[in-house]
Design a protein around this ligand. Structure first.
Ligand code: GDP
Ligand code: IMO
Ligand code: MG
Length: 423
């Protein structure tokens, strides 16, 4: 099994890359997260953002697994499937998607609780996507949640109604001001659950391990990214799932012994949506320009993404945590024409000491920047990595030496074909 995962704060371009390489696989499989993901894919000049559906969906021969480590919102899933069918009529989702019976359900009240907590000053404001992710995962850990497999049990309706009623009451008692009617959200939920029943829901661990035994190739698709990992990210400003390579093993039920290539994706600079430390953040006009040039607005929520220089200590940390074997660098085109580009090589801490690898970022560290010559290239007509300008070659060599892994792909635009295989 190979894995693709984000090494920064998400939105590195995982969707685009997976869509591209999924033709080499029999199965793509999501192992973490839920509808908080937004994986954009451009096909024939049209663009779609996938939330829950794995990015191999456009390959007719590829099976797409929604694995055990994920949290599935039936309402959002139904909308996503209908939208996908509008985007491409030839797709047969019921044939090409397999869902884990053990994946947990996101209830409508989880989403309302997410909004409530984000807006209530008694809680830390994370800047979530308001998809009820933390609420579904916390109920999983509390062992109070419903799973996909439960939708066929005779008491599902009453158990779900009990949870909806109980949580709704909590919101009412808490004074949530804008609260849709319980009947309305319940109906929408149960309709979506009926829709979900059209899909194959099974023990995906067994399905995937059988596939591996038969020599099939699996690509695990990470959502979010290492710096948003619940354990290894910049807690508490993180998501609530395991976003790392180890998370792929537990989220899919596949042994670490079966791991092959681990593709880590990073932008040539950094972005972050939501709150939390961001040492290399650019709060000036230049940052605003990059946001516009790179179209850095959340694929999921439309929020402007925060922009910063490439953060090497955090990237080294992510490469270490995941055992990345190949680096896929995206958005080199967004820095095209910039005279000098910076990379943060280490942090200076409050006591004056230096840190070169780190995942515990605080507001009070000073990024030490190395400035390099920028590049100017005609990426549109470029066919091979050998045509890259010297400055960009130097930038890539510098990263390879610092991270001790090869840059095997360089993405030069959002389109499918805008990528250079470097090795
Ligand atoms: P994901 O969550 O990692 O799949 O990434 P998103 O899809 O949320 O965000 C990445 C954005 O960058 C999308 O709009 C992509 O179409 C776009 N993109 C991906 N690779 C490149 C690239 O190399 N250059 C440019 N300019 N855009 C890219
Ligand atoms: P993809 O897969 C970027 C961020 C949110 C917030 C924090 C917690 O497209 O890279 P959550 O809704 O998960 O409880 O929010 O995590 N976040 C993402 N940022 N890309 C994502 O997914 C994200 N998923 C969650 O902005 O800061
Ligand atoms: Mg995204």
């Amino acid at each position: 099994m190979d894995i693709v995962l984000g090494l920064q704060w998400g939105d590195e371009g995982k969707g685009k890359f997976i869509d591209l390489i999924s033709e080499n696989y029999d199965i793509t499989a999501r192992f973490n997260g839920g509808a908080n993901a937004g994986h954009s894919i451009e096909r024939n000049g049209k663009r779609i953002t996938l939330k829950m559906i794995p990015s191999g969906i456009f390959m007719k021969e590829v099976q797409n697994v929604i694995g055990t480590g994920t949290v599935l919102d039936p309402v959002s899933f139904k909308k996503e499937i209908l939208n996908l069918q509008l985007f491409d009529h030839t797709i047969q989702p019921e044939k090409n998607i397999i869902i884990s019976k053990k994946a947990h359900l996101v209830m409508p009240t989880h989403k309302l609780l997410d909004i409530f907590m984000e807006e209530n000053p008694e809680y830390t404001t994370i800047g979530t996507t308001k998809n009820g992710i933390a609420q579904a995962y916390s109920n999983k850990i509390l062992r109070q949640n419903l799973r996909v497999g439960d939708i066929w049990s005779p008491d599902f309706q009453s158990r779900a109604q009990h949870i909806l009623y109980r949580d709704y009451k909590m919101l009412e008692d808490g004074g949530m001001i804008v609260l849709p009617a319980l009947e309305e959200i319940s109906k929408e939920f149960f309709d979506a659950v009926d829709f979900l029943k059209k899909f194959t829901c099974t023990e995906t661990e067994i399905y995937l391990n059988n596939a591996l035994s038969k020599g099939k190739r699996i690509l695990a698709e990470g959502s979010q990214a290492t710096m948003l990992d619940i354990d290894h990210g910049t807690y508490p400003y993180v998501t609530s799932s395991s976003t790392t390579a180890a998370g792929a093993c537990s989220g899919l039920g596949i042994s670490p012994k079966k791991m092959g290539e681990i593709y880590g994706i990073a932008k040539a600079y950094c972005t972050r949506v939501g709150n939390g430390a961001f040492p290399t953040e650019l709060l000036d006009e230049f940052g605003d320009d990059l946001r516009m040039k790179g179209n850095e607005f959340g694929s999921n929520t439309g929020r402007p993404r925060r922009i910063g220089w490439l953060d090497l200590p955090a990237l080294k940390y992510a490469v270490m945590i995941n055992g990345v074997t190949q680096l896929v660098l995206t958005k080199a085109d967004v820095l095209n024409g910039v005279k000098s580009v910076a990379v943060c090589t280490h942090y200076e801490l409050e006591d004056g000491s230096l840190e070169t690898v780190s995942g515990t970022l605080s507001e009070n560290i000073r990024p030490v920047l190395k400035w390099m010559n920028g590049w100017s290239a005609d990426f549109v007509n470029m066919k091979s990595g050998s045509e890259l300008p010297e400055e960009l070659k130097e930038f890539l060599s510098f990263l390879e030496a610092a991270l001790e892994i090869p840059v095997t792909y360089l993405s030069t635009g959002p389109g499918r074909e805008q990528i250079l295989k470097m090795k």
